[in-house]
Every structure is written in structure tokens, then in C-alpha cells.
Design a protein around this ligand. Structure first.
Ligand code: MG
Length: 322
């Protein structure tokens, strides 16, 4: 077939490699999720089930692709950071965007009933995806700061808006009118004086968004170093995972039963049907850690913390390393 007279059409397929040595940020976003959330009766202003389902799908991608070091989610969107030197799918843009978007969407649907046991899906949700390249650490940090600041701004607005509607008896039109022109301080004031709500005491998940981060096992209470290296439960990032169940379970602030990836068929390995990936260079260099071990296994934690200040990044230099 390859040599048929028709094969020339293959030449119309143009390569679309992403610039080398740049950070790849992949972001996906729910399509028409305003309608989707109404049809499926999402709780306003935040539906924890829906957010946890997003986290679950995001964690599944990270379990499958070790080159994703960090992910940030809010509402119906999730952003993923890939290592600067990743050779995943030979950095082909369409391959990365389509595979990640499809992977996330199918996991979202697959695990829907776990988070919404009493709410059947009324129609299939869809997500769009895009990739943006960033040349420097500063841009990556500013990108994630931008998304977290957005989370805060949206959540504060939505929290006051829905308090006005649900507890204050205002119509949605009135609530919008009341909030028009207000600054952050005014919104805190309305929340507190009218509804007795101290914004600062609300769930960190809603205020900070979800951060899925690869952490060294090094700084966890753990068995002797040798044991942790040899443990079959841990997997070094140099290997291509074929099954999420091989990955260390979360030790995050969330209960792992809610957030850990479910095993899925190893037939979904990213190497399947993609010989180019098999040719690609090892995806993570051996790393010397504080304890002197190499190929340190990593786990994926879900946290809801500040990623705008330096502290988060200074504690985790591997997130922006090559
Ligand atoms: Mg959306």
C-alpha cells in the first residue's frame, strides 16, 4: 500500500514540530461547560465532585506521561507543564494536543459515574486543547501565576454572586448589578456583612485551584533508600509507564481513594503505534538527590497551595529543570 500510486498524498502531511528546548504548556478547556454544568446540576459556585473528576482525569494523564511535571486546574480547565527537553511524540504539536485532549476527555467520561453516581451523563462533554511554548522559567511561572490569579478572581466573584442569589434572594441580574464596579475589598465586605462569610476560611481548593505536582519521595517518611529504589511499587521516571496502577499512590492532602488513577489497559501505552517514541531518547536524566540516589521515583501529589510566590518553586527545582 505504501508504494501505491496514491501514496504521494502523504507528502501533503506537513510536519509540525514544536520549537526545541522550550517549555511546553498544554491547556485544555471544557467546551460550553456553562450549559454542561446546568444540565448536570453542578453545585454553585463550586461543585467539588466536578472538580475532583477534573483532578482525576488530569492525574491520569500525568500517570501516563512522566514528562509532565506539573498541572494546574480550575473550574473546567487544566494546564500541564512538560519538561523543556521532552521528546514525547517527537514534539509533534498535533499529536500532543490531540492525544492529550482525547486522553483527558475519555478519562473524564470514564470516571464520571464515580463522582456523579446519581447523575447520568446527558450528553458527551468535549474539551478543546492548545499548546503554548515558553522560552524561559519566568514565563512558565508567570503563566501559572496568571491561572492561579484567575482562579482567585473568579472564585471571589462567584462566591459573592451566588451568596447574593441563593442566600440574599437577589435575581442574577440584580446580583451582577450589585457587583458591578466592586473591587476585591468590597466583595469581601459584602460576603462578611450580609452573609457572615469570611472568604479566607473557604476551602483552599476553591481559592487556589488544584495543583498536581511530581514530588521526590525523598522528603517523605520512607523506608531505607535502597528499599524505596527497589520497591516494585515505585517507578522511575525514565521508564515509560504502561499502566497507572504501577505508579505510587498519592499521599496528598486528599484521600487517595478519591484521587488516585484507576488502572486501565496497558494497551493505552503512549508507545503503542508510535515507533518514534520508542526511538526517542530517555525522557529524564538520572538525577542525584540529596540522599545520593539516582533515578529517584516520584509520586504525584494533589495540593491547593500558593504557586505565585517563590516558595513553591524554590522547594521544587526539578519542575523547571531540563
Ligand atoms: Mg470552559
Amino acid at each position: 500500500m505504501a508504494n501505491s500510486k496514491f501514496a504521494y498524498v502523504r507528502n501533503f502531511e506537513l510536519p509540525d514540530p514544536l520549537l526545541p528546548e522550550t517549555y511546553i504548556v498544554f491547556r485544555l478547556d471544557g467546551h460550553s461547560f456553562h450549559r454542561f454544568s446546568e444540565v448536570h446540576d453542578f453545585t454553585k459556585p463550586n461543585d467539588t465532585r466536578a472538580l475532583e473528576l477534573m483532578d482525576h482525569a488530569a492525574r491520569s494523564i500525568m500517570g501516563e506521561y512522566p514528562d509532565i511535571t506539573l498541572a494546574f486546574g480550575e473550574s473546567d480547565e487544566y494546564s500541564f507543564l512538560l519538561r523543556k527537553s521532552t521528546a514525547l511524540y517527537n514534539r509533534r504539536q498535533a499529536k500532543l494536543v490531540s492525544t492529550f485532549t482525547s486522553f483527558f476527555t475519555s478519562h473524564y467520561v470514564f470516571h464520571w459515574s464515580t463522582y456523579f453516581p446519581n447523575t447520568p451523563l446527558q450528553y458527551p462533554p468535549t474539551f478543546d486543547g492548545r499548546i503554548v511554548l515558553y522560552p524561559a522559567e519566568k514565563h512558565v511561572r508567570d503563566y501559572f501565576s496568571w491561572r492561579q490569579a484567575d482562579t482567585h478572581i473568579n472564585n471571589l466573584y462567584n462566591t459573592v454572586f451566588w451568596a447574593l442569589v441563593q442566600q440574599g434572594g437577589e435575581t442574577t441580574t440584580q446580583a451582577h448589578a450589585i457587583l458591578r464596579g466592586t473591587v476585591s475589598k468590597d466583595k469581601h465586605e459584602i460576603l462578611f456583612t450580609r452573609f457572615g462569610i469570611n472568604y479566607n476560611t473557604l476551602d483552599e481548593r476553591f481559592k487556589k485551584g488544584s495543583i498536581l505536582v511530581r514530588e521526590l519521595l525523598d522528603d517523605q517518611p520512607k523506608p531505607p533508600p535502597q528499599a524505596s529504589i527497589e520497591s516494585s511499587q515505585t517507578q522511575t521516571p525514565t521508564e515509560t509507564p504502561s499502566n497507572e496502577s504501577n505508579h505510587p499512590q498519592s499521599t496528598s492532602t486528599e484521600t487517595s481513594s478519591e484521587t488516585s488513577p484507576q488502572p486501565h489497559s496497558s494497551s493505552s501505552s503512549p508507545t503503542d503505534g508510535d515507533p518514534e517514541l520508542k526511538k526517542s531518547k530517555p525522557r529524564r536524566k538520572e538525577k542525584k538527590t540529596k540522599s545520593g540516589t539516582v533515578n529517584q521515583p516520584m509520586r504525584i501529589d494533589l495540593v491547593h497551595v500558593d504557586i505565585i510566590k517563590d516558595d513553591f518553586w524554590e522547594k521544587r527545582p526539578w519542575l523547571l529543570a531540563d
